[in-house]
Design a protein around this ligand. Structure first.
Ligand code: FNR
Length: 188
């Protein structure tokens, strides 16, 4: 299975994006093994800390190192992605010259109660991912208006959504295999 570090940008108790992630895990998508990390535990990034970071940061960095792929599931905040996710990404990119995101096969999803379904968030996030030299899946894209998507047990009710997710991860898997060969040569 492909060890996929999944970071969810929604940290509230009833986060739609946490539900989205849980429902993805429930789909038992073939060949994927999802791991996650609670990014709300990370301190604010500061260059005062980067050379000798707190243990929680080292733990986080080890997870990035070990991941064969990365998935971001992000809410949209003010047409961008939340600062708490940017903070986590910044930690993984430092110190200078030790960008752990480098060449990681990556994909991104997001859920919002709004009509554009995190389009704005995803496009800002893509820009950062490209800068960090992540190997980001281009297609398909998935924008999810999740206002009525979950039942009382937080399960996805729409079969079409599940089908789209399965297609999304099939494409992601193919992408990981395609770019994975060079990922295995990574030094950092
Ligand atoms: C939002 N929300 C929001 N929604 C959207 O579709 N586009 C946006 O630009 C914003 N902007 C925004 C800013 C801030 C500061 C907050 C708190 C919220 C609404 C947002 O999509 C909604 O609260 C989601 O439920 C957040 O995701 P989680 O935390 O539930 O996963």
């Amino acid at each position: 299975a492909i060890k996929t570090l999944t970071l969810v940008g929604g940290i509230s108790r009833n986060s739609l994006n946490k539900k989205y992630f849980r429902s993805i895990q429930e789909l038992s998508i073939p060949h994927f093994e999802f791991e996650t990390f609670d990014i709300s535990k990370l301190p604010f990034f500061s260059q005062d800390l980067e050379m000798d970071p707190p243990d929680i940061v080292s733990e986080f960095k080890d997870l990035i190192r070990e991941a064969q792929a990365v998935l971001f599931i992000s809410p949209e905040y003010n047409r961008s992605f939340p600062g708490v996710l940017k903070n986590a990404i910044d930690w993984g990119s430092r110190p200078y010259g030790q960008n752990l995101w480098n060449r990681k096969p990556a994909a991104l999803l997001g859920a919002s109660p709004g009509a554009i379904g995190t389009f704005g968030a995803q496009h800002h996030l893509r820009q950062v991912m490209a800068y960090l030299n992540m190997s980001v899946l281009g297609q398909p894209e998935m924008y999810f208006n999740a206002s009525h998507a979950f039942d009382e047990q937080d399960r996805l009710t729409n079969e079409k959504t599940k089908e789209l997710l399965l297609q999304y991860f099939a494409a992601f898997e193919e992408w990981i295999r395609l770019v994975g060969e060079r990922t295995e040569d990574r030094e950092d």
